[in-house]
Design a protein around this ligand. Sequence first.
Ligand code: FE2
Ligand code: FE2
Length: 240
Amino acid sequence: MTSLADQSVEQLGGPRSILTRQMRDHVKLERMLERLPTTSGEAREELLNRICRLVFTHAFAEEAVLWPALRRHLPDGEELTARVEREHQEITELVAALEQTAPDDPSGPQLVERIVAVLRQDVRDEEDLLLPRLQDAVDARTLRRLGVSWELVRRTAPTRTHPIVSRRPPGQTLSALPLSVTDRLRDGLDHAARRVPHRFRPALVSASQGLGAMAEQIERLPPLRRGERPATHLPPEQTR
Ligand SMILES: [Fe+2]
Ligand SMILES: [Fe+2]
């Protein structure tokens, strides 16, 4: 079993394979994480936003398409995917905590440090363990088919942190449509708020916050929590 990091695009199944697509995003993420310590002020804020958009859509598509496939193809798929789902849950909760933290709060840098550490751990688990195991179990055609499905889901996935919804179908998949709509509308409003003259900003910011409150209500709907393993929401030290 060879880590994906040590394989060529051809060995990964070609440019459309799920393995190549995963590697591409992981490399992009690492480049952004490396820039974090030397970035400050508004540029840091913007960089953190870009990291979150990449991470949440990427992870959502993993939970919807990739981990169910691993559970189907590998006898220990349940155990393997439970581990990365807990990592995704921890990242989601840490980002939610960071969003509630004032910019000058001393706990902010610690939260960012932990987010970066768990993100890197998640990438290592996927590249060194889960995805090579999938590669051994299926043919290149299946890897390409999974790649196309994963990409389609990723392009329409929610872009923000949603700590309450299930990390597994069916609740996870049900959450896609309503939360993608609220998240992507908010992204548009927030983007506009940074560019319009000052006097228009409060209206855009409050519309975005209103959508955020709506998303929180949607997250609490019982069908969106279906399929979850209770252990996914336990603190990591209680699940080791
Ligand atoms: Fe990944
Ligand atoms: Fe992941």
